[in-house]
Design a protein around this ligand. Structure first.
Ligand code: FUL
Length: 738
């Protein structure tokens, strides 16, 4: 009897394991119940190559080629190879920069859309071999691959399917050409870990139409470099859908299989040249790709994780004019939390310059950014915590959560989808960032979780979110507590967590107002979110340190002043340096159409006083125009170096306030002849519900004495609006010029 029992038990176990055996791809049967679909989704797992790729976390993209020398973003394909001539090319400098920055792979644009090859391909003369660089004997791909392999970094290639140079592009023959190019790249440069196929194509409706033989390309890669992931127009890695650096708040790595469809990826990709990074129009970044409502409708599911690609500069290629526009460490940190911290890999583009080196400004920002990450993430407040879990399975106790890596992980009993983990930190500690990781080797399962602190009387929720995946980071205002509770509120199957950490970010220093113009006197307040920090400042433009002036009370200026301030917390960790430039109005301002007497702001300077208005438009920070354009001219009376300009408007259609149709920025040396600096059309529909602020901006260095901003009003309320035909309001609170 006992034997029969064991036999039956073993058969059932085997059956259930087989039924939900984990795999990279799972078919949903039409008669699967919702519970079965959810369980199936919980058992979709990364392939070995996807897992290795995900662990890289932070990788470098290098856009380098003829565009570097012609100062373009998209080459035409007819560039003379002679233009390619870096004077100090040094792949080792690239790679050592990336190693120091904490990056783990380098992907180089072996060929961009212009068709110019960075390796001496035997298939075309349009390559480095026809350039004067190293007398045509050089090979960028080889040098970068060798430097990576030597330094222990992974190496990847970007190969643009769209080719503006190759004559056979648009014919069947091109598929052979492309496969042969791939074969060269994947046979002669050692291990390649990522192949990046761009979806961009600017041929337009009347251009050449290439039918790509994707399956053949994929097969070639699998044969020659089986460990390489195929990204974007490919099977292993999904483009997050934007080039802004900001991933989805809810990011599922398990999505319906249709997301791997190359046609629709191409439709969402860039189709015309821009002067910077492409921001898809409309909603190319749907907020939900894989929640229950999506997977219930799917025919099959696949592990298809997201990669966030963004450039450290406005453009993908190097442009000297953008040397001062390298993203700040602060911006990169925000991107870090919004990419790596949102279950994505961050692919940061750092374009080598015309010397063939990573520019000093980019190096500095990368190193400062690394220092900041180290300062935040080396001190896990949970490190010596004791943990109680409401459930655990054999061999997977909660202690494993404090050991980085997937080897030791916590998991509740099989089938348990809700659980609490209570941490006692031993003493009160202050933190403002949660880092949490699922053991994705078993799949992505958590659908809802929260963090609470014990106030001494009750549990208080601090933050809550949906997905975790490989890594999730949540930021919140500083909290002090000894006990915290992590609640797993909903999961697809027993969630497996491999790591949890609580950290304290740098102090957050605010300057109010953050800059602007004043007529008699201006008061400036410095503050931090938490108490106990020390703030220091300088007024002579120098970097503030603990030896600088100490902030004790409101500052007051009667002359133009450049304020720089920094806050230090009790550990000595500094905030980002904040700057405020306060200008006593020596310039003149004029309005072609004066603002309405109903919304005149505080005075003429309201629009450049560094203060943003409240969304309920109380407080006198908004200037309003009724049925008229805003044309503001600012004459600095002397030539200034300008870097960027932005203008912000209110959109609150319920109150008949509409953001402009578009904004044009112009500059002039004499106040008579104006040059176009930039402009933006308003791409959003007028019927946007709710209240939002819309920013229009332009970046690009130039010298000028006079700046003019023209915002086009929609003049009258649009069709279908309650005020149809009546005068439309346009509200602007701030123009920022740097
Ligand atoms: C886009 C391309 O058009 C850009 O030039 C750049 O290569 C970027 C990574 O992808 O689609």
């Amino acid at each position: 009897m006992k034997k029969i029992f064991y036999f039956l038990f073993a058969t059932i176990l085997l059956w259930s394991c087989q039924r939900y055996q984990s795999s990279n791809f799972i078919v949903i049967d039409p008669d699967d119940s919702p519970e079965e679909i959810i369980k199936k989704a919980a058992h979709v797992v990364p392939s070995e190559r996807q897992l290795a790729w995900q662990d890289l976390e932070y990788t470098a993209f290098c856009h380098f080629g003829v565009n570097t020398f012609t100062d373009r973003e998209w080459g035409y394909g007819n560039e003379d190879p002679a233009v390619f001539n870096p004077t100090e090319f040094d792949a080792k400098q690239w790679v050592s920069t990336f190693v120091d920055a904490g990056m783990r792979m380098v992907i180089v644009t072996a060929k961009h859309h212009d068709g110019f090859c960075l390796w001496p391909s035997s298939l075309t003369d349009h390559s480095v071999k026809s350039s004067p660089w190293q007398n045509g004997q050089g090979d960028v791909v080889k040098d970068v691959a060798d430097a990576c392999h030597e330094a222990g970094l992974k190496f990847g290639v970007y190969l643009s399917p769209w080719d503006r140079h190759e004559q056979c592009y648009g014919t069947d023959q091109y598929n052979d050409y492309f496969v042969n190019q791939l074969t060269e790249l994947l046979s002669n440069y050692g291990i390649v870990d990522e192949v990046w196929f761009d979806g961009a194509c600017g041929e337009g409706p009347n251009g050449k139409k290439q039918v790509y033989d994707w399956l053949r390309y994929f097969k070639t890669i699998r044969e020659l470099q089986p460990q390489a992931v195929i990204a974007i127009m490919g099977t292993d890695v999904r483009w997050v859908g934007t080039e802004s650096g900001y991933g989805r708040v809810m990011e599922w790595s398990v999505v319906p299989h249709e997301f791997t469809d190359t046609e629709s990826i191409a439709d969402n990709s860039q189709q015309a040249e821009t002067d910077g990074v492409y921001l898809p129009m409309g909603d190319k970044m749907a907020s939900d790709l894989g929640s229950r409502s999506k997977i219930f409708k799917a025919q099959s599911l696949v592990w298809y994780p997201s990669e966030v690609d963004v450039s450290i500069r406005p453009g993908w290629f190097y442009h000297a004019a953008q040397d001062e526009l390298v993203k700040s460490p602060e911006k990169l940190l925000d991107i870090w939390f919004s990419s790596v911290g949102r279950n994505s890999l961050l692919l940061l583009n750092v374009p080598p310059d015309t010397r063939g080196l990573i520019h000093e400004n980019d190096v500095k920002t990368l190193m400062d950014f690394k220092k900041i990450r180290d300062a935040i993430f080396t001190n896990n407040m949970l490190e010596n915590a004791s943990i109680k879990s409401s459930s655990f399975s054999m061999g997977h106790r909660a202690a494993g959560l404090l050991i980085p890596g997937r080897e030791k992980y916590w998991q509740p009993k099989n089938g348990v989808t809700e659980a609490d983990l209570e941490f006692d930190l031993g003493a009160e500690k202050t933190f403002d960032c949660l880092l949490i990781q699922e053991n994705i080797e078993l799949g992505q399962r958590v659908e809802q979780f929260s963090l609470e602190i014990w106030t001494g009387e009750r549990w208080k929720e601090i933050t809550r979110s949906t997905t975790i995946g490989n890594k999730r980071m949540l930021r919140f205002s500083p909290q002090t507590a000894q006990k915290v509770r992590l609640r797993l509120l909903q999961a697809r199957w027993s969630p497996a967590l491999s790591f949890v950490g609580l950290y304290k970010r740098m102090p957050q220093l605010n300057i109010s107002p953050s800059g602007g113009a004043f007529s008699e006197e201006i008061s400036v307040e410095l503050s931090t979110a938490e108490t106990g920090n020390q703030i220091y400042y300088t007024l002579d433009g120098s970097e503030p340190t603990t030896f600088s002036l100490k902030y004790t009370r409101l500052l007051s200026f009667t002359e133009s002043t450049n304020l720089r301030a920094v806050a230090f917390d009790h550990r000595g960790v500094p905030s980002f340096t904040r700057e405020g430039s306060y200008t006593k109005a020596t310039f003149s301002m004029s309005y072609k159409y004066p603002p309405s007497p109903k919304y005149p702001g505080k005075d003429q300077l309201t629009i450049i006083d560094g203060r943003k208005g409240m969304l309920d438009f109380s407080g006198g920070d908004w200037l309003g125009w009724e049925g008229e354009d805003m044309v503001v001219t600012i004459d600095y009376k002397k030539i200034k170096d300008l870097k960027m300009i932005s203008a912000s408007f209110l959109h609150e259609q319920g109150s008949w306030i509409f953001s402009p149709e578009g904004v044009i920025f112009e500059t002039s040396m004499d106040g008579v002849n104006f040059q176009y600096w930039g402009g933006k059309k308003n791409l959003d529909p007028w019927d946007q519900p709710g209240t939002i602020r819309r920013e229009f901006s332009t970046i690009g260095a130039r010298k000028a004495r006079v700046v003019r901003v023209t915002a086009k009003s929609i003049v009258s309320c649009p069709k279908g609006h309650a005020g149809e035909g009546g005068k439309a309001w346009m509200f602007c609170d701030e123009i920022t010029i740097k």
